[in-house]
Design a protein around this ligand. Structure first.
Ligand SMILES: [Zn+2]
Length: 290
């Protein structure tokens, strides 16, 4: 059986003290995957080092965030948030690194794509996507990275860092949130996604933001209904597997109340991941309903 590696430990959790459940939701999400009997394997997270965070950020910004001198992306200066941040970036870095070896891995974390070179905003503090991309590019483990951002919102921080570091030729930020705003665009969205996925072979790594706030019921979203959300994930995972391009994915946004609705969407994403990659899991109880 193929197991999907999931980079998780409790150190990446925090109390964000904001309307975003992002800092606390990794645990209920992973619990839901385990309870469903999905074929995942939990792997420990190695926190990103200060040097690694500085690959995509201003060193003074990194220092002032980690010492709680300036507000984080949740707009507070909580020490538990600061402590968790190297773990959230470390989770996506670990997942991407693992995906380069095994093809697929998951980091059940959020809070990256609005973070700029020296700016923390909108629930995002450090841009783990860019930390990961730059780290793997510098190590020459990959030549070109696609950030496939299917969160509802525009990944402006990612674009800003790419521009600032002059990485446009080696990192492409395909952020659907720049163009799609309403449910009337659902068919167009999925059509463009399918066309985009035909380009996977141009890249050595895909970082997929499987945002749950793209759902039409999300108070900050949305575009797709529940069936279409599954379709989104299936398009991405099956295309990546068919193209043999390594893919690491994270949770990104999701703001429905209660949080169980958001957890349900992330459960569906993992089910689609398992369907695409752990194809022989149909014999297990957890996959029987897929
Ligand atoms: Zn979002």
């Amino acid at each position: 059986m193929n197991l999907v590696p999931v980079f998780y430990n409790d150190e990446l959790l925090a109390e964000s003290d904001s309307r975003s459940p992002s800092a606390g939701k990794p645990r209920p999400v992973v619990d839901a995957w385990v309870a469903a009997g999905l074929p995942i394997e939990l792997r420990p997270v190695v926190p990103a080092t200060i040097d690694e965070l500085c690959l995509a950020h201003d060193p003074e910004f990194v220092r002032s965030i980690l010492t709680c001198e300036t507000p984080n992306g949740f707009g507070n200066q909580r020490a538990d948030v600061a402590r968790s941040l190297p773990y959230t970036s470390g989770a996506i870095l670990g997942a991407a690194s693992r995906a380069l070896e095994t093809g697929i891995a998951c980091a059940p974390v959020s809070g990256f794509h609005h973070a700029g070179f020296a700016t923390a905003t909108m629930f995002c503090t450090f841009n783990g996507l860019m930390v990961t991309a730059v780290k793997l590019l510098r190590a020459q483990r990959v030549a070109k990275v696609l950030i496939l951002d299917c969160d509802y919102h525009y990944g402006n921080g990612t674009d800003e860092i790419i521009g600032r570091l002059g990485l446009a030729s080696s990192v492409e930020n395909l952020t659907f949130g720049r163009s799609y705003r309403t449910k009337s665009q659902a068919a167009m969205y999925l059509g463009e996604l399918e066309r985009s996925c035909t380009r996977f072979r141009e890249f050595g790594l895909v970082l997929y933001q499987a945002g749950a706030d793209l759902h039409v019921d999300d108070p900050l979203g949305g575009v797709l209904d529940s069936v279409q959300m599954r379709q989104r994930d299936r398009i991405v995972f099956t295309a990546a597997r068919a193209a043999s391009v390594p893919l690491a994915w994270d949770l990104a946004g999701g703001y429905q109340v209660p949080v169980s609705k958001v957890v349900g969407l992330h459960l569906a994403t993992m089910e689609e991941c398992v369907r695409a990659y752990a194809y022989d899991c149909v014999q297990t109880a957890g996959c029987a309903s897929l």
